[in-house]
Design a binder for this molecule. Structure first.
Ligand code: BEZ
Length: 357
């Protein structure tokens, strides 16, 4: 039984006009693999899963998810759900550096901490939203606790362990690059890094000067030592819930996500390849991701179309017809978004859809 410890921290969240403040509380729970902190937004909604997020390496829940969850149109979605944002151990703001020789949990062990969090909060089911290492952790959790996962949004997932070629490349890169540069190469495309946009500068600065850089390196090592998830189309090792796979069309993990899509159950999986979004679509394209998320939830029966904004309703109407035309094609399971007009049609989970924009 995990030891429980509670830390209450009041967080600021900007309010929209007419909105009442939500409960926000940060907790910390002791687990067999060390303590883990998480921030809970909102009050329990009966008979609804919670949205549980897990961030990527080099980030924490805020630097990974704040632009998405604070996006204007996202508010009408998330007001219907409690959100539990997990920080990987040592990644929370102000986290002390782990002592030398500290054994950082493997990604599998990080996944095994999630039941302690849910038990502590008395929540039974989740819709997981994970990026990179976080997407891997939520997938692993879903394989071991399939009955508690109602849906998964997996951004930049690489379900494969590093092969020897990857290791050789990793070692070579390590000879000339610092840990922050290697992590930036995992988060952003080479094009984005050389373009050095304000976003890249901000994240480069945050990671390079992070007071917990040693902890970040430990999470990075765990990510690089991950086991293969061994997904197998039609096999026993697969995700059983509706899944939305997301990747930017120039993201470093594009090939891995494409391969992952080929291994998952096509009746349960939607694949969203986002144009012009780089490596972190949740930071650069929160609007499109919000819309895709809304349709994903609708497909699961959680967002009645009456909850949608007038704008979304009209876009859905036009795109539903586009999708049905494309639905006659046998190939389609890909949701491609253009930078101009890309949105997703609603439909049952796993429905074959392609939107050509
Ligand atoms: C949320 O409302 O869930 C949220 C707010 C700030 C940062 C991340 C998430």
């Amino acid at each position: 039984m995990a030891e429980l410890q509670e830390v209450q921290i009041t967080e600021e969240k900007p309010l929209l006009p007419g909105q009442t403040p939500e409960a926000v509380k940060t907790h910390s729970v002791e687990t067999p693999y060390g303590s883990v902190s998480f921030t809970v937004f909102g009050t329990p909604k009966p008979k609804r899963p919670v949205i549980l997020t897990y961030h990527d390496v080099g980030l924490n829940y805020k630097t990974c998810f704040q632009p998405l969850f604070q996006f204007g149109d996202m508010q009408e979605i998330i007001q219907n759900f409690v959100r539990v944002h997990v920080n990987a151990p040592g990644m929370e703001e102000g986290a002390p550096v782990f002592p030398l020789g500290y054994q950082y949990p493997s990604l599998d062990q990080l996944a095994d901490m999630i039941p302690c969090i849910l038990q502590y909060l008395n929540f039974s089911t989740i819709i997981g939203v994970g990026v990179g290492a976080g997407a891997y952790i939520l997938s692993r959790y879903s394989l071991t606790h399939p009955d508690t996962v109602e849906g998964l949004v997996l951004i930049n997932i690489d379900p494969n362990a590093k092969g020897w070629m990857d290791w050789a490349a990793h070692k070579l890169t390590g000879l000339t690059s610092s840990i922050p540069e290697m992590i930036l190469g995992h988060l952003f495309s080479q094009e984005e890094l050389s373009g050095n946009s304000e976003l890249v500068q901000k994240y480069r600065n945050t990671i390079t000067h992070a007071p917990n850089l040693e902890n970040i390196e430990l999470y990075w090592n765990s990510y690089n030592n991950r086991r293969d998830l061994n997904f197998e189309r039609g096999g026993d090792i697969t995700l059983k819930c509706p899944v939305m796979l997301v990747v930017g069309d120039q993201a470093p993990h594009e090939d891995a996500v494409v391969e992952c899509n080929s291994k998952l159950d096509p009746t349960q999986t939607s694949f969203l390849k986002m144009a012009d979004s780089g490596g972190q679509p949740q930071l650069t394209q929160p609007g499109k991701l919000t819309e895709a998320f809304k349709y994903f939830l609708q497909g699961m029966g959680y967002m009645a179309s009456s909850c949608m904004t007038r704008l979304s309703r009209s876009r859905t109407a036009s795109l539903t017809s586009a999708a049905s035309i494309d639905g006659n094609r046998s190939r389609a399971r890909t949701l491609s978004q253009s930078s101009e007009s890309g949105t997703l049609p609603s439909g049952p989970p796993g429905h074959t859809m392609e939107v050509s924009c």
